[in-house]
Design a protein around this ligand. Sequence first.
Ligand code: G3P
Ligand code: MG
Length: 252
Amino acid sequence: MTPPLILAHRGASAYAPENTIAAFRLAHELGADGIELDVQLTRDKIPIVIHDDTVDRTTDGTGRVSELTVGEIAQLDAGTWKTEDYRGEKIPTLAQVFEELSDWLNPMGRVRPCLINVELKTERVRTDGLEQQTLNAISRYAIQHRILLSSFSPLALHRAKKINPRIPRGFLYDQTMPFYLRNALPRYWTAPQAMHPEYTMIDARYMEWARQKKLLVNTWTVDDPDQARRLAQLGVNAIITNKPDVIRGALK
Ligand code: G3P
Ligand code: MG
C-alpha cells in the first residue's frame, strides 16, 4: 500500500505561527510532502492566507478580513502571538506563498515537489470572487499540477469547477455539518476527486465506500502517532497534521 502523503496543516502550525511563510518553510524542513492553507479575500479582493474571518486571534490587529485592505493587512504582525521568536512574521498573500515556496514547488533532482491544499474559506451563497481570484493566482504561477482545492462549501467547489475543472477538488466535511451539505447531491455538483473527512469518521467501511466511488481520502487533523498508523493501515491517501515530523516518524 502506498503510504499517505503528509500535509502540514496551516504549515507546521504546532511549532510556528499558522498560515505564515515561516510555518510553510518549517513544514518542508520537517519532511512534509506539502501544506494545507486557508485562503480568503481582502476588501480589495486580494487572496490572502488566514484561517479566521477576523485578524484578532493571530495578529496584533483587529477587524474582519473582508473589511481590511491588503495594505492594512501587511502592517500586522502575525508571529508574536505564537512566540516572540516569530516577531515580524506577516499574513502572506497567496501569491507570496507561491513565490516563497518556488524551490519546493519546482525542485531540482528527485526531491518530491510540494503539494498545496488550498482551502477556500467561505460560507457565501453568492461569491465575493474568491474562487476566481484564487484560480487566477494559481494559473499566474503555472502550478495547477501542484494544487488540490478543498472547501466545506459545496458552492465554492462548484464555482471553482466551473472556472477550471482540471484542478482537483476535495470535499471537506465533519460530523457537525448538516446532512444536506454532505449528501450525494452536493457531491454530484462538485464532482470531487477526493473526500476530506475529519479523521474520526474513517473506518474500514468508509474506505470501502470511497474505493467503490473511486474517491481519494485525505483526512485531518491528525497529530497522534497511533491514529496516523491506524489511518495509514486503512489506506488513506493523505494525512493533514500540525506536526509533520511526528507523523513522519510514526509512519516509518
Ligand atoms: O483542511 C483541513 C482543515 O484545515 C479543515 O478545518 O478549520 O482547520 O480549516 P480548518
Ligand atoms: Mg483549513
